[in-house]
Design a protein around this ligand. Sequence first.
Ligand code: NAD
Length: 330
Amino acid sequence: MNLLVTGAAGFIGSTYVRGLLGPGGAAGGADVTHVTVLDKLTYAGSLSNLGPADPRLTFVHGDICDAGLVDTLMAGARQVVHFAAESHVDRSITGADPFVRTNVEGTHTLLQAALRHRVERFVHVSTDEVYGSVETGTSPEDAPLSPNSPYAASKAASDLLALAYHRTHGLDVRVTRCSNNYGPHQFPEKIIPLFITNLLDGADVPLYGDGLNIRDWLHVEDHCHGVELVRTRGRPGEIYNIGGGTALTNRELTGRLLAACGADWSRVRQVADRKGHDRRYAIRDDKARDELGYRPRHDFATGLARTVSWYRDNRPWWEPLKHSAGPAHP
Ligand code: NAD
């Protein structure tokens, strides 16, 4: 079976594909004999993320908004896992155009082609940010969507469009909404790799506002395992939250990163808060646990220590990226 994976030269998609093609494969992957990756290679994508060439892997350099190209690729695919997106909240605050284009129009282009070619299954990778800020308690899958940033709003639009293609046309769409991912190969603009690489470079780290915003941290391999469970064992038209089980304030996270890098609080620079900064995300993932047997396998302390080691050992991967993409963070 040929699986079309969009956005897999980025952080999460590449981890998913390496897992599918690697020894043992990710959960389920036995039905996948070939993977076709479609990626535009924006500042966030890098072919090296996919690892060495593999006869089971075809890489297509292109845009999910290119209807002709998408149509051709969809004709040869049985299933789709859709990761491609503009993914950084700070960039959506300074300019939202590419977010609307890729996340909304691009997803719609894929859905139209998937319907035309009657693909067997379409997994849409969404985010917990679509629920908006949650002061107390946790968001189940049927919680109202209340996105605040342009990034989250564009993801909510694509998430709802995907579900509409199931409800209206009967396309087998499955949506995942996960919490904040961390791990190797994450572009050094997101908080964990930004702070690690700044600290390794001897620079300060910028902490937003009072640092009390809370995020749940999910190891990227646990997320990919959850996506694969949804693809292979989930039900059509269903949404599955995928959490990591480690909720931390940004201050707590910063403390752990300083310790892991052998630095102290003198390296922390408090900066003006992000506009519209959501205070807390918290999802309930009982459905994925009960229905699919999903469990995060990575303990956060070990996962973070290994992530720091990976950045320490892979300077040639992140150094050029840090200086090429332009600032996304104060
Ligand atoms: P990323 O920014 O690392 O990678 C995105 C990839 O999409 C890049 O390779 C980029 O080149 C590609 N891309 C962008 N625009 C494209 C276009 N028009 N056509 C084709 N390819 C295009 O993102 P990520 O962190 O790996 O996130 C993957 C998915 O997971 C996204 O849909 C994101 O919204 C979602 N998600 C991420 C997180 C997180 O913590 N990183 C959390 C929740 C959900």
